[in-house]
Design a protein around this ligand. Sequence first.
Ligand SMILES: Cc1cc2nc3c(=O)[nH]c(=O)nc-3n(C[C@H](O)[C@H](O)[C@H](O)COP(=O)(O)OP(=O)(O)OC[C@H]3O[C@@H](n4cnc5c(N)ncnc54)[C@H](O)[C@@H]3O)c2cc1C
Length: 491
Amino acid sequence: MAYDVIVIGGGPSGLMASYSAGLHGAKVLLLDKGDRLGRKLAISGGGRCNVTNAGPLDKIIEHIPGNGRFLYSALSAFGNREIIAFFEKLGIRLKEEDNGRMFPVTDRAQTVVNALVSEVRRQGVEIQVNSPVDRIVYRNGRTAAVRLMHGHEIPGRCVVLATGGKSVPHTGSTGDGYAWAEEAGHTITELFPTEVPITSGEPFIQRRELQGLSLRGVVLSVWNAGGKKVVSHEGDLLFTHFGLSGPAALRCSHFVVKQLRRRGEPKVILTIDLFPGLSADEVYARCRKLAAGEPKKAAKNVLKALLPERMIPLLLAKTGIAEELAAGSVSKPLWMELARLLKAFPVECNGTLSIREAFVTGGGVHLKEVDPVEADGGTVLLRRDFGRSRVYRGIQHYGRFCHGIFGGKARCPGGARCAGLCRQLNQLNRRLPSSFGGSLPQHTKTPRPRRAGRHAEAFIRAEAASPGRNRRLRAELAQFPVLFQLPHGNP
Ligand SMILES: Cc1cc2nc3c(=O)[nH]c(=O)nc-3n(C[C@H](O)[C@H](O)[C@H](O)COP(=O)(O)OP(=O)(O)OC[C@H]3O[C@@H](n4cnc5c(N)ncnc54)[C@H](O)[C@@H]3O)c2cc1C
């Protein structure tokens, strides 16, 4: 018998998709080529898993490099608040750290993996590991089955592609899904590494002068060829033997890659602000105060109160202050020069590490083509690699099971279908009691079936909590297959 949903890939995307499909009563098969699920998830966040961020949704979207707005609908339906609530329901308590980052209190990513896998099992999802998929079988313009490497074909009405990107391939993500999406007619945009350490040919990097030095809470900025700031990120920064790493560098890496590609130049300038909370004048005043306190002491020693010791020789050399010069003898312009350097320490960068070493793969299925209105293949593309997103809006059929599960946006395409959806919404509205969670959106110039999807989800959840209570309503909802596919079972 065919599965309702076959999910390929047991990373966080595939696990969440399987859970959601199972929760809604679908017959689900989760396939993974590895011997364990969530292998990349288990090493994420330095083995602690930065599950989500506690900040406001708008801020999170703002921090997603590239087209963060694309994820607005998906994250509005299931955003950070819902993620936190979801994990707490599974018994995983989360704690907030700097910049709103949320981690499990156990500090173990494996806790998150285990909880997700058990929940997926609890929803009745069948799991097959050591099952590498060779291809998706499309028949009559839609998904029909999934073929495994050893030739066995598994029939399925809907396929969720959650094979991840191409980074850290030993975790199983080797980019297999791109070819399948291409076969289904998608354009795959050029892949590139992102959330990746940045490389630099600066002599002080090459000489490994600062290797291993970590700066806390600095601001790293990327500049374009015209001297305009492209982006800034505050966070910790680590000097390595090849360049820059740490959260601030990882966040900026996307823009470094873009700048290098756009300009076709071999380098891009980044600057480090070591005192983000102070102006250059205030930094200057601090330096002068220190010098005034110990005028006979060498400048390099006086500055130890202000700066990481290992950085001082480099900073003094760049400013032109002799290390042994007494602090009281350093001229005002040189102190000012040093203050400016501390506010914008330049690092010329020439690239990043490879995609294999990146945390995230950029590029992939062209976003313009990921639109539920064009639903034809019955294939839903899920990837978590784009920032903290879970859902690439699915390519889905109206009325197909996936539409409801993922809060898939049944965007009103206008014309007959629009009229049909709105008519159904209005009919349904008249029948729903207010206890159901408010009325569904009325027909307006811009119908909002997506919200309706969420109302239906609320109903389905309530129904799952006390089966039978809403028997009559369930029967009524079942009359609207275009909008909702209800969990299996007779009304
Ligand atoms: C070192 C590191 C640290 C990270 N830290 C964080 C963090 O703290 N917070 C955060 O949000 N993100 C973090 N990320 C990013 C995050 O891990 C990924 O975005 C996420 O794992 C992607 O999830 P996914 O389900 O799309 O893909 P993956 O996790 O890559 O899962 C894809 C799955 O598909 C399977 N698969 C692939 N091809 C096939 C096939 N042909 N047949 C069957 N199965 C197949 C693979 O075996 C794999 O299990 C980190 C990444 C790395 C590398």
